[in-house]
Design a protein around this ligand. Structure first.
Ligand code: SF4
Ligand code: SF4
Length: 349
């Protein structure tokens, strides 16, 4: 007699329910599938019963819909037939990283170059891996070269740089320059002319770079990989193990935040992270954020805490999100009348 067949979801496909919709996040292929809640409920039934038995319990339109669901799961390679689903283990949902600080945002200031050697030593001590360098003022290749030389031999192995063509006159030399620094993953040139060709390691963007650029939320800005997913399950998906240094040298959770925990002129990063309050956002996951806790994207999304809808409310939803989890629809956040007060508060007018 043929064994009863089960339809089993791949272990790399994580199911997240929102209030009106759900998603299947394929953390291996880094893809997000938006699905109705009915499909998720149907998949629950498939965990314990053979597929034929589940379909035989249905009739009419329900059975037709269920058959469509089965085809959808198979066509998108989200599920597979198996005789016994028991041997397939869940992928661990734990998260850890062998660093005290995993990533740093440095708002570069050429006047502080003499201090960045100390910053590099501190980040090395904290075993930091990634650094975003953002240049909002005038910047030169000589200045960037000095900065990068401080990081030679440190744990900071992945560096991205953002600068504006308006404040940087050496765009033509960038291509040759970037090849000398293996740690530089990407240089993004903002305020660029539209006719710039993409080059290896350099990306040209016509939009402006300004201090409020960060924190945007969008379906194309989600991060559906296992590291992000697991981290977001337990921690804040932006600020966990992050450190920021603003252009005045203030040490913060991120440069856009108001609270400062010292300054690189007279303090060290490793001292700042031990100060009371520095880690207060690290374990604040989206299950506690108003609005986000009902959203199916909550473990693949970024949680901006610097710009929120209600600036006085620590658990308020990120300001730059245009998604309504109840309606299941996206709209432009910047023209939403309910967000105008916060937009004005942050001076984004
Ligand atoms: S808290 Fe917001 S502004 Fe700060 S780094 Fe995160 S996304 Fe960007
Ligand atoms: S509601 Fe929250 S979790 Fe959902 S997309 Fe917006 S910011 Fe992300």
């Amino acid at each position: 007699m043929a064994a009863a067949r089960f339809l089993s979801i791949f272990s790399c496909c994580k199911i997240v329910k929102g209030i009106t919709r759900g998603v299947i996040v394929d953390v291996q292929r880094e893809a997000i599938y938006r699905v109705p809640l009915d499909l998720i409920d149907f998949m629950e039934r498939l965990k314990t019963k053979p597929i034929k038995m589940v379909l035989d319990e249905m009739s009419g339109a329900d059975k037709e819909t269920a058959t469509d669901y089965v085809n959808y799961l198979l066509e998108n390679e989200l599920a597979f037939y198996v005789d016994n689903p028991q041997p397939f283990k869940e992928i661990s949902t734990e998260w850890d990283y062998p660093s005290y600080i995993t990533n740093c945002i440095l708002d570069f200031n050429e006047d502080h170059l003499h201090l960045y050697g100390g910053v590099a030593k501190s980040l090395d001590l904290l075993l930091c891996y990634h650094m975003d360098v953002r240049c909002f003022g005038q910047v030169s290749l000589a200045g960037l070269t000095r900065l990068l030389l401080f990081f030679e031999g440190t744990t900071v192995q992945n560096i991205s740089i953002k600068l504006s063509a308006k404040c940087f006159s050496e765009v033509a030399q960038l291509e040759g320059w970037v090849t000398h620094f293996g740690r530089v993953r990407l240089v993004e040139v903002f305020d660029a002319e539209a006719n710039h060709k993409e080059r290896k390691g350099i990306s040209f963007r016509v939009d402006a770079l300004h201090t409020h650029s960060c924190g945007k939320i969008g379906i194309h800005l989600m991060t559906p990989n296992i590291q992000h997913y697991n981290e977001a399950l337990h921690h804040n998906s932006c600020l966990n193990r992050k450190i920021g240094i603003d252009s005045n040298g203030n040490i913060k959770n991120c440069p856009a935040m108001r609270e400062s925990y010292g300054n690189i002129h007279n303090g060290k990063l490793e001292q700042a992270i031990e100060k009371p309050g520095f880690k207060k956002y690290w374990n604040l996951n989206k299950d506690r954020i108003k609005g986000c806790k009902d959203c199916e994207f909550r473990y693949v999304c970024t949680d901006c805490r610097a710009y929120v809808e209600q600036p006085q409310d620590r658990l308020s939803k990120p300001l730059k999100c245009g998604y309504d989890p109840i309606e299941g629809k996206w709209s432009a956040w910047s023209t939403n009348p309910l967000k105008q007060k916060a937009i004005h508060y942050y001076g984004m007018g």
